[in-house]
Design a protein around this ligand. Structure first.
Ligand SMILES: Cc1cc2nc3c(=O)[nH]c(=O)nc-3n(C[C@H](O)[C@H](O)[C@H](O)COP(=O)(O)OP(=O)(O)OC[C@H]3O[C@@H](n4cnc5c(N)ncnc54)[C@H](O)[C@@H]3O)c2cc1C
Length: 387
Protein backbone atom coordinates (compact mmCIF):
# COMPACT_ATOMS: atom_id res chain seq x y z
CA UNK A 1 0.00 0.00 0.00
CA UNK A 2 2.70 2.46 0.93
CA UNK A 3 4.51 1.31 -2.24
CA UNK A 4 1.63 2.83 -4.25
CA UNK A 5 1.93 6.07 -2.31
CA UNK A 6 5.72 6.10 -2.61
CA UNK A 7 5.44 5.68 -6.36
CA UNK A 8 2.86 8.48 -6.56
CA UNK A 9 5.12 10.78 -4.56
CA UNK A 10 7.98 10.00 -6.91
CA UNK A 11 5.86 10.74 -9.99
CA UNK A 12 4.63 14.02 -8.48
CA UNK A 13 8.22 14.96 -7.61
CA UNK A 14 9.24 14.29 -11.21
CA UNK A 15 6.41 16.46 -12.56
CA UNK A 16 7.29 19.17 -10.04
CA UNK A 17 10.99 19.19 -10.89
CA UNK A 18 10.38 19.24 -14.63
CA UNK A 19 7.35 21.53 -14.87
CA UNK A 20 8.04 24.14 -12.16
CA UNK A 21 10.92 25.97 -13.93
CA UNK A 22 8.91 26.19 -17.16
CA UNK A 23 5.81 27.45 -15.29
CA UNK A 24 7.86 30.20 -13.63
CA UNK A 25 8.63 31.61 -17.06
CA UNK A 26 5.10 31.63 -18.49
CA UNK A 27 4.09 34.99 -17.01
CA UNK A 28 0.39 34.77 -17.94
CA UNK A 29 -1.93 33.23 -15.37
CA UNK A 30 -4.28 31.25 -17.60
CA UNK A 31 -1.46 29.89 -19.76
CA UNK A 32 0.36 28.91 -16.57
CA UNK A 33 -2.75 27.08 -15.29
CA UNK A 34 -3.21 25.22 -18.58
CA UNK A 35 0.48 24.35 -18.66
CA UNK A 36 0.29 22.96 -15.14
CA UNK A 37 -2.75 20.84 -15.99
CA UNK A 38 -1.08 19.50 -19.14
CA UNK A 39 1.99 18.46 -17.12
CA UNK A 40 -0.20 16.68 -14.55
CA UNK A 41 -2.24 14.93 -17.23
CA UNK A 42 0.85 13.79 -19.14
CA UNK A 43 1.96 11.88 -16.03
CA UNK A 44 -1.66 10.68 -15.50
CA UNK A 45 -1.80 12.29 -12.06
CA UNK A 46 -5.20 13.86 -12.81
CA UNK A 47 -6.61 10.31 -12.91
CA UNK A 48 -6.28 10.20 -9.11
CA UNK A 49 -8.99 12.86 -8.73
CA UNK A 50 -11.72 10.60 -10.18
CA UNK A 51 -13.00 7.22 -8.88
CA UNK A 52 -11.78 4.15 -10.79
CA UNK A 53 -15.42 3.29 -11.61
CA UNK A 54 -15.66 6.50 -13.65
CA UNK A 55 -12.37 6.30 -15.53
CA UNK A 56 -9.99 7.37 -12.76
CA UNK A 57 -6.93 5.61 -11.43
CA UNK A 58 -7.39 2.21 -9.84
CA UNK A 59 -6.68 3.09 -6.21
CA UNK A 60 -6.28 -0.61 -5.38
CA UNK A 61 -6.48 -1.22 -1.66
CA UNK A 62 -6.43 2.47 -0.78
CA UNK A 63 -10.21 2.87 -1.11
CA UNK A 64 -13.24 1.52 -3.00
CA UNK A 65 -13.57 1.75 -6.80
CA UNK A 66 -16.29 4.39 -6.44
CA UNK A 67 -14.13 6.65 -4.26
CA UNK A 68 -11.20 9.05 -4.56
CA UNK A 69 -8.33 8.09 -2.27
CA UNK A 70 -7.56 10.80 0.27
CA UNK A 71 -4.13 9.30 0.95
CA UNK A 72 -3.29 9.42 -2.76
CA UNK A 73 -4.45 13.04 -3.02
CA UNK A 74 -2.39 13.96 0.04
CA UNK A 75 0.73 12.24 -1.31
CA UNK A 76 0.36 14.10 -4.61
CA UNK A 77 -0.49 17.50 -3.20
CA UNK A 78 2.31 17.64 -0.66
CA UNK A 79 4.89 16.93 -3.39
CA UNK A 80 3.33 19.23 -5.98
CA UNK A 81 2.97 22.12 -3.53
CA UNK A 82 6.64 21.71 -2.59
CA UNK A 83 7.52 22.53 -6.20
CA UNK A 84 4.79 24.87 -7.46
CA UNK A 85 1.44 26.15 -6.20
CA UNK A 86 -0.18 26.08 -9.63
CA UNK A 87 0.46 22.34 -10.02
CA UNK A 88 -1.22 21.79 -6.67
CA UNK A 89 -4.30 23.91 -7.44
CA UNK A 90 -4.84 22.48 -10.91
CA UNK A 91 -4.69 18.93 -9.59
CA UNK A 92 -7.13 19.32 -6.74
CA UNK A 93 -9.68 21.38 -8.65
CA UNK A 94 -10.23 18.44 -11.02
CA UNK A 95 -11.49 16.42 -8.06
CA UNK A 96 -13.17 19.16 -6.06
CA UNK A 97 -15.13 20.33 -9.10
CA UNK A 98 -16.15 16.89 -10.35
CA UNK A 99 -16.77 14.91 -7.16
CA UNK A 100 -20.46 15.89 -7.01
CA UNK A 101 -20.85 14.47 -10.53
CA UNK A 102 -19.22 11.20 -9.42
CA UNK A 103 -21.48 11.05 -6.36
CA UNK A 104 -24.74 12.36 -7.81
CA UNK A 105 -24.57 12.27 -11.61
CA UNK A 106 -26.58 9.84 -13.73
CA UNK A 107 -24.77 7.13 -15.74
CA UNK A 108 -24.83 9.17 -18.96
CA UNK A 109 -23.51 12.40 -17.42
CA UNK A 110 -20.77 10.57 -15.51
CA UNK A 111 -19.72 8.81 -18.70
CA UNK A 112 -19.69 12.10 -20.66
CA UNK A 113 -17.71 14.08 -18.14
CA UNK A 114 -15.52 12.14 -15.75
CA UNK A 115 -13.19 10.36 -18.18
CA UNK A 116 -12.29 13.78 -19.60
CA UNK A 117 -11.64 15.11 -16.09
CA UNK A 118 -9.38 12.14 -15.33
CA UNK A 119 -7.39 12.83 -18.52
CA UNK A 120 -7.17 16.59 -17.83
CA UNK A 121 -9.27 17.40 -20.91
CA UNK A 122 -12.33 18.71 -19.05
CA UNK A 123 -11.54 21.42 -16.48
CA UNK A 124 -13.75 21.31 -13.38
CA UNK A 125 -14.88 23.99 -10.90
CA UNK A 126 -16.88 23.95 -7.67
CA UNK A 127 -19.25 26.85 -7.02
CA UNK A 128 -20.59 27.22 -3.49
CA UNK A 129 -19.53 30.64 -2.19
CA UNK A 130 -21.64 33.76 -2.79
CA UNK A 131 -21.21 37.41 -1.81
CA UNK A 132 -23.51 36.78 1.20
CA UNK A 133 -22.78 33.07 1.80
CA UNK A 134 -19.25 32.03 2.75
CA UNK A 135 -18.72 30.05 5.95
CA UNK A 136 -22.50 29.67 6.24
CA UNK A 137 -23.63 27.72 3.18
CA UNK A 138 -27.23 27.76 4.44
CA UNK A 139 -27.23 31.40 3.32
CA UNK A 140 -26.92 30.44 -0.36
CA UNK A 141 -29.42 32.54 -2.32
CA UNK A 142 -28.81 31.42 -5.92
CA UNK A 143 -32.15 30.06 -7.14
CA UNK A 144 -32.87 27.11 -9.38
CA UNK A 145 -36.46 26.95 -10.63
CA UNK A 146 -38.11 24.47 -12.91
CA UNK A 147 -38.18 26.01 -16.37
CA UNK A 148 -41.77 26.35 -17.50
CA UNK A 149 -40.88 28.70 -20.41
CA UNK A 150 -40.99 28.24 -24.20
CA UNK A 151 -39.73 25.37 -26.33
CA UNK A 152 -41.84 22.93 -24.38
CA UNK A 153 -40.23 23.96 -21.07
CA UNK A 154 -38.49 21.37 -18.93
CA UNK A 155 -35.15 21.58 -17.21
CA UNK A 156 -33.97 24.23 -14.75
CA UNK A 157 -33.34 27.97 -14.79
CA UNK A 158 -30.64 29.33 -12.46
CA UNK A 159 -30.25 32.90 -11.18
CA UNK A 160 -27.60 34.20 -8.80
CA UNK A 161 -23.96 35.06 -8.31
CA UNK A 162 -21.12 32.84 -7.12
CA UNK A 163 -17.82 34.38 -6.06
CA UNK A 164 -14.26 33.22 -5.34
CA UNK A 165 -14.71 30.32 -7.75
CA UNK A 166 -11.41 28.68 -8.61
CA UNK A 167 -10.85 27.88 -12.30
CA UNK A 168 -12.85 30.87 -13.57
CA UNK A 169 -12.58 31.43 -16.52
CA UNK A 170 -10.98 28.13 -17.60
CA UNK A 171 -13.57 25.61 -16.47
CA UNK A 172 -15.55 23.47 -18.89
CA UNK A 173 -18.18 23.01 -16.15
CA UNK A 174 -19.20 24.16 -12.67
CA UNK A 175 -20.88 22.11 -9.95
CA UNK A 176 -23.21 24.73 -8.49
CA UNK A 177 -25.08 24.80 -5.17
CA UNK A 178 -28.45 26.50 -5.63
CA UNK A 179 -31.70 26.88 -3.75
CA UNK A 180 -34.67 24.89 -5.04
CA UNK A 181 -36.84 25.62 -1.97
CA UNK A 182 -36.91 27.75 1.16
CA UNK A 183 -35.12 31.02 1.89
CA UNK A 184 -31.47 31.99 2.54
CA UNK A 185 -30.72 30.78 6.05
CA UNK A 186 -32.58 27.47 5.61
CA UNK A 187 -30.33 24.42 5.62
CA UNK A 188 -32.96 22.52 3.65
CA UNK A 189 -33.91 23.25 0.05
CA UNK A 190 -30.41 23.32 -1.48
CA UNK A 191 -29.60 21.25 -4.56
CA UNK A 192 -26.48 20.67 -6.64
CA UNK A 193 -26.31 21.16 -10.41
CA UNK A 194 -23.91 20.51 -13.26
CA UNK A 195 -23.59 23.70 -15.30
CA UNK A 196 -21.52 23.69 -18.52
CA UNK A 197 -19.13 26.63 -18.86
CA UNK A 198 -20.73 27.57 -22.18
CA UNK A 199 -24.34 27.38 -20.91
CA UNK A 200 -26.65 30.10 -22.14
CA UNK A 201 -27.06 32.73 -19.36
CA UNK A 202 -23.69 32.06 -17.67
CA UNK A 203 -21.21 34.93 -17.40
CA UNK A 204 -17.78 35.07 -15.79
CA UNK A 205 -15.78 37.87 -14.17
CA UNK A 206 -12.23 36.96 -13.27
CA UNK A 207 -10.20 38.74 -10.57
CA UNK A 208 -6.79 38.39 -8.93
CA UNK A 209 -5.82 37.17 -5.46
CA UNK A 210 -2.43 37.60 -3.76
CA UNK A 211 -0.86 34.42 -5.21
CA UNK A 212 -1.34 33.13 -8.78
CA UNK A 213 -4.68 31.32 -8.89
CA UNK A 214 -7.36 31.32 -11.62
CA UNK A 215 -10.47 32.65 -9.83
CA UNK A 216 -13.51 34.83 -10.27
CA UNK A 217 -17.29 35.22 -10.18
CA UNK A 218 -19.88 33.08 -11.95
CA UNK A 219 -23.00 35.07 -12.80
CA UNK A 220 -26.14 33.11 -13.63
CA UNK A 221 -28.97 34.98 -15.40
CA UNK A 222 -31.82 32.73 -16.44
CA UNK A 223 -29.17 30.10 -17.08
CA UNK A 224 -30.92 27.08 -18.60
CA UNK A 225 -29.85 23.50 -18.04
CA UNK A 226 -31.63 20.16 -18.65
CA UNK A 227 -33.22 17.96 -15.98
CA UNK A 228 -30.36 15.47 -16.14
CA UNK A 229 -27.98 18.13 -14.76
CA UNK A 230 -29.52 17.96 -11.27
CA UNK A 231 -26.94 16.04 -9.23
CA UNK A 232 -28.36 13.65 -6.64
CA UNK A 233 -31.74 14.27 -5.09
CA UNK A 234 -33.52 17.62 -5.18
CA UNK A 235 -32.83 19.05 -1.70
CA UNK A 236 -29.71 16.90 -1.27
CA UNK A 237 -27.26 19.60 -2.37
CA UNK A 238 -25.89 20.60 1.01
CA UNK A 239 -25.00 16.98 1.79
CA UNK A 240 -23.23 16.68 -1.58
CA UNK A 241 -21.34 19.94 -0.97
CA UNK A 242 -20.30 18.98 2.55
CA UNK A 243 -19.42 15.45 1.41
CA UNK A 244 -17.14 16.93 -1.24
CA UNK A 245 -15.43 19.19 1.30
CA UNK A 246 -15.05 16.26 3.70
CA UNK A 247 -13.31 14.24 0.96
CA UNK A 248 -10.89 16.96 -0.16
CA UNK A 249 -10.19 19.01 2.98
CA UNK A 250 -7.39 16.78 4.28
CA UNK A 251 -5.51 17.36 1.05
CA UNK A 252 -5.47 21.12 1.75
CA UNK A 253 -3.53 20.24 4.90
CA UNK A 254 -1.18 18.04 2.85
CA UNK A 255 -0.56 20.90 0.41
CA UNK A 256 0.17 23.19 3.38
CA UNK A 257 2.76 20.67 4.55
CA UNK A 258 4.37 20.64 1.10
CA UNK A 259 4.69 24.44 1.06
CA UNK A 260 6.03 24.41 4.62
CA UNK A 261 8.56 21.64 3.88
CA UNK A 262 9.89 23.71 0.99
CA UNK A 263 10.15 26.81 3.20
CA UNK A 264 12.04 24.83 5.85
CA UNK A 265 14.47 23.47 3.23
CA UNK A 266 15.05 26.97 1.89
CA UNK A 267 15.68 28.30 5.42
CA UNK A 268 17.99 25.46 6.34
CA UNK A 269 20.18 26.01 3.29
CA UNK A 270 20.22 29.78 3.67
CA UNK A 271 21.07 29.77 7.38
CA UNK A 272 23.91 27.33 6.75
CA UNK A 273 25.45 29.36 3.93
CA UNK A 274 24.86 33.05 4.73
CA UNK A 275 27.49 34.62 7.00
CA UNK A 276 27.02 37.66 9.21
CA UNK A 277 29.28 38.78 12.08
CA UNK A 278 31.92 36.37 10.75
CA UNK A 279 29.92 33.15 11.12
CA UNK A 280 27.03 31.33 9.43
CA UNK A 281 23.60 32.48 10.54
CA UNK A 282 22.94 28.86 11.58
CA UNK A 283 25.55 29.25 14.33
CA UNK A 284 23.13 31.52 16.25
CA UNK A 285 21.18 29.59 18.84
CA UNK A 286 18.04 31.71 18.35
CA UNK A 287 17.87 30.74 14.68
CA UNK A 288 18.60 27.07 15.46
CA UNK A 289 15.66 27.11 17.88
CA UNK A 290 13.56 28.44 15.01
CA UNK A 291 14.55 25.52 12.79
CA UNK A 292 13.73 23.04 15.57
CA UNK A 293 10.33 24.64 16.13
CA UNK A 294 9.52 24.70 12.39
CA UNK A 295 10.56 21.08 11.94
CA UNK A 296 8.69 19.79 14.99
CA UNK A 297 5.44 21.58 14.16
CA UNK A 298 5.65 20.40 10.55
CA UNK A 299 6.20 16.78 11.63
CA UNK A 300 3.16 17.02 13.90
CA UNK A 301 1.13 18.40 11.00
CA UNK A 302 2.25 15.52 8.77
CA UNK A 303 1.19 12.97 11.37
CA UNK A 304 -2.22 14.62 11.72
CA UNK A 305 -2.63 14.44 7.93
CA UNK A 306 -1.67 10.75 7.90
CA UNK A 307 -4.20 10.04 10.63
CA UNK A 308 -7.03 11.94 8.94
CA UNK A 309 -6.33 10.54 5.45
CA UNK A 310 -6.12 6.94 6.67
CA UNK A 311 -9.37 7.34 8.58
CA UNK A 312 -11.11 8.96 5.60
CA UNK A 313 -9.98 6.18 3.22
CA UNK A 314 -11.26 3.56 5.68
CA UNK A 315 -14.76 5.00 5.34
CA UNK A 316 -14.99 5.86 9.06
CA UNK A 317 -16.29 9.22 10.31
CA UNK A 318 -13.19 11.37 9.93
CA UNK A 319 -14.75 14.84 10.46
CA UNK A 320 -12.86 15.90 13.59
CA UNK A 321 -9.56 14.34 12.51
CA UNK A 322 -9.81 16.12 9.16
CA UNK A 323 -10.60 19.45 10.85
CA UNK A 324 -7.65 19.07 13.25
CA UNK A 325 -5.31 18.31 10.35
CA UNK A 326 -6.54 21.23 8.25
CA UNK A 327 -6.43 23.68 11.17
CA UNK A 328 -2.99 22.70 12.40
CA UNK A 329 -1.25 22.17 9.05
CA UNK A 330 -2.42 25.41 7.45
CA UNK A 331 -1.65 27.49 10.55
CA UNK A 332 1.74 25.78 10.80
CA UNK A 333 2.50 26.52 7.16
CA UNK A 334 1.75 30.19 7.82
CA UNK A 335 4.16 30.14 10.77
CA UNK A 336 6.90 28.23 8.92
CA UNK A 337 6.75 30.43 5.81
CA UNK A 338 6.77 33.58 7.94
CA UNK A 339 9.90 32.44 9.80
CA UNK A 340 11.53 31.52 6.47
CA UNK A 341 10.95 35.05 5.17
CA UNK A 342 12.54 36.39 8.36
CA UNK A 343 15.59 34.14 7.93
CA UNK A 344 16.20 35.53 4.46
CA UNK A 345 16.18 39.15 5.64
CA UNK A 346 15.63 41.56 2.74
CA UNK A 347 15.82 38.73 0.24
CA UNK A 348 12.78 37.24 1.94
CA UNK A 349 10.52 40.00 0.67
CA UNK A 350 12.19 40.50 -2.70
CA UNK A 351 9.71 39.65 -5.43
CA UNK A 352 10.83 36.48 -7.18
CA UNK A 353 12.44 34.80 -4.15
CA UNK A 354 11.06 31.36 -3.31
CA UNK A 355 10.12 32.19 0.29
CA UNK A 356 8.34 35.38 -0.78
CA UNK A 357 6.20 33.25 -3.14
CA UNK A 358 5.55 30.61 -0.47
CA UNK A 359 4.51 33.28 2.05
CA UNK A 360 1.81 34.46 -0.37
CA UNK A 361 0.84 30.95 -1.55
CA UNK A 362 0.02 29.56 1.90
CA UNK A 363 -2.19 32.39 3.13
CA UNK A 364 -5.38 31.35 1.34
CA UNK A 365 -5.21 27.80 2.70
CA UNK A 366 -6.36 29.06 6.12
CA UNK A 367 -9.45 30.48 4.40
CA UNK A 368 -10.71 28.18 1.67
CA UNK A 369 -12.55 24.86 2.18
CA UNK A 370 -13.53 26.03 5.65
CA UNK A 371 -11.60 28.71 7.55
CA UNK A 372 -9.47 27.93 10.60
CA UNK A 373 -12.31 29.19 12.78
CA UNK A 374 -14.78 26.81 11.12
CA UNK A 375 -12.34 23.92 11.73
CA UNK A 376 -12.15 24.96 15.40
CA UNK A 377 -15.95 24.81 15.64
CA UNK A 378 -15.84 21.21 14.30
CA UNK A 379 -13.09 20.15 16.71
CA UNK A 380 -14.79 21.85 19.65
CA UNK A 381 -18.07 20.07 18.88
CA UNK A 382 -16.20 16.76 18.88
CA UNK A 383 -14.55 17.59 22.21
CA UNK A 384 -17.85 18.55 23.81
CA UNK A 385 -19.61 15.40 22.57
CA UNK A 386 -17.11 13.10 24.27
CA UNK A 387 -18.34 11.08 27.27
C1 LIG B 1 -8.00 31.42 -3.11
C2 LIG B 1 -9.43 31.04 -2.80
C3 LIG B 1 -10.05 30.07 -3.57
C4 LIG B 1 -11.40 29.74 -3.33
N1 LIG B 1 -12.01 28.82 -4.14
C5 LIG B 1 -13.33 28.56 -3.98
C6 LIG B 1 -14.02 27.69 -4.87
O1 LIG B 1 -13.43 27.12 -5.80
N2 LIG B 1 -15.36 27.49 -4.69
C7 LIG B 1 -16.05 28.10 -3.68
O2 LIG B 1 -17.25 27.88 -3.57
N3 LIG B 1 -15.43 28.95 -2.81
C8 LIG B 1 -14.09 29.19 -2.94
N4 LIG B 1 -13.44 30.07 -2.09
C9 LIG B 1 -14.21 30.75 -1.06
C10 LIG B 1 -13.92 30.23 0.33
O3 LIG B 1 -14.42 28.94 0.49
C11 LIG B 1 -14.52 31.23 1.33
O4 LIG B 1 -13.73 32.42 1.23
C12 LIG B 1 -14.53 30.71 2.75
O5 LIG B 1 -15.48 29.67 2.90
C13 LIG B 1 -14.86 31.81 3.78
O6 LIG B 1 -16.00 32.50 3.41
P1 LIG B 1 -15.97 34.12 3.36
O7 LIG B 1 -14.81 34.52 2.52
O8 LIG B 1 -17.31 34.56 2.93
O9 LIG B 1 -15.68 34.57 4.83
P2 LIG B 1 -16.76 34.74 6.02
O10 LIG B 1 -17.59 33.54 6.13
O11 LIG B 1 -17.43 36.06 5.84
O12 LIG B 1 -15.81 34.81 7.28
C14 LIG B 1 -15.03 35.97 7.62
C15 LIG B 1 -14.25 35.67 8.89
O13 LIG B 1 -15.18 35.39 9.95
C16 LIG B 1 -14.91 34.12 10.52
N5 LIG B 1 -16.16 33.46 10.93
C17 LIG B 1 -17.26 33.24 10.18
N6 LIG B 1 -18.20 32.62 10.91
C18 LIG B 1 -17.67 32.41 12.14
C19 LIG B 1 -18.13 31.80 13.34
N7 LIG B 1 -19.34 31.25 13.42
N8 LIG B 1 -17.31 31.78 14.42
C20 LIG B 1 -16.07 32.33 14.35
N9 LIG B 1 -15.58 32.92 13.24
C21 LIG B 1 -16.36 32.95 12.15
C22 LIG B 1 -14.22 33.34 9.42
O14 LIG B 1 -13.46 32.27 9.95
C23 LIG B 1 -13.38 34.40 8.78
O15 LIG B 1 -12.19 34.58 9.49
C24 LIG B 1 -12.09 30.38 -2.30
C25 LIG B 1 -11.44 31.35 -1.51
C26 LIG B 1 -10.14 31.69 -1.76
C27 LIG B 1 -9.47 32.74 -0.90
Amino acid sequence: MSAVLDELRERARRVGREAAPALEGVGELEAEARGALAALAAEELTAWTVPARDGGAGAGDLCGADEVSVRALCALRSELAYHHGMLDVMLVMQGLGSYAVARGGGDELRAQVLGGVARGQQIAAFALTEPDAGSSLADVATRAERDTGGNGGGGWKLNGRKTFISNVPLAHFYTVLARTAGEPGDKDGLSMFFVPGDAWGLDLARFDVMAPHPIGDVILKDCKIPDAFLLGEEGGGLDLALGTLARFRTSVAAAANGFARRALDESRRHLASRKQFGKPLAANQGLRFDLAEMDTRLRAAELLVDEAATLADSGADAGAAVARAKLFATETAGYVCDRAVQHFGGLGVKVGSVVERLYREVRALRIYEGTSEVQKLIVARDVLERD
